[in-house]
Design a protein around this ligand. Structure first.
Ligand SMILES: Nc1nc2c(ncn2[C@@H]2O[C@H](COP(=O)(O)OP(=O)(O)O)[C@@H](O)[C@H]2O)c(=O)[nH]1
Ligand SMILES: [Mg+2]
Length: 182
């Protein structure tokens, strides 16, 4: 059985825990605890260690999904989780431009540590205030399509939307394998 380890990262509230819970075939394990700091203004609970979910992709391939905490003070967990990842998705809330900077920082942190493929998941895509993806790309510093990671709109509450994002991620991984860029 081949196991592909996928990291789901992004700022607080981007939908990482939800994304994993929505797609996992086992009951997702979370380490959400009562937020006592600035995360409390966004939601009552926040992930302190990781989320874990599993998905049987094909008879001989299982996907293991690891969700990181969103807060920078837990960045030692980002480090631990990204080192063994085969690919990762950076989720960023499409309707919260104030989070774009945090997303950029996470992206830079990960890029510094791994060369595995990433895709950008623009979550909360169902929100009426969601920014268009092209504008999110610009705000994240991708000024031209060249060198920009694949982008996909995601509603983390919707199983088919999460499955679609997973397909993009697996495709990015497969392409990187065949072109052997790393
Ligand atoms: N409408 C909508 N709500 C979402 C989406 N993603 C997450 N949420 C909600 O946003 C809140 C934060 O999600 P959570 O998964 O805890 O974010 P995390 O901090 O990244 O783990 C929860 O109330 C979710 O139900 C989305 O794509 N669309
Ligand atoms: Mg979480």
């Amino acid at each position: 059985m081949e196991i592909m380890r996928i990291v789901v990262t992004g700022p607080v509230g981007a939908g990482k825990s939800t994304f994993i819970r929505t797609i996992s075939e086992i009951e997702a394990v979370d380490t959400d605890r009562k937020a006592t700091d600035e995360a409390a203004s966004l939601k009552p609970k926040t992930t302190v260690a990781m989320d874990f979910g599993r998905l049987q992709f094909s008879p001989n391939m299982a996907l293991h999904l690891y969700g990181t905490p969103g807060q920078e003070r837990f960045d030692f967990m980002w480090d631990i989780l990204i080192r063994k990842a085969h690919a990762f998705i950076l989720l960023v809330s499409s309707h919260r431009p104030q989070d774009f900077r945090a997303a950029r920082r996470i992206s830079a942190f990960m890029r510094h540590r791994t060369k595995v493929p990433m895709i950008l998941g623009c979550s909360h895509a169902d929100n009426p205030n969601a920014w268009p993806m092209a504008e999110i790309a610009l705000a994240l510093g991708y000024l031209s399509p060249h060198g920009r990671p694949p982008m996909v709109a995601v509603n983390a509450l919707d199983r088919s939307s999460v499955a679609n994002a997973m397909m993009h991620l697996i495709q990015a991984y497969a392409e990187a394998q065949t072109t052997a860029v790393y």
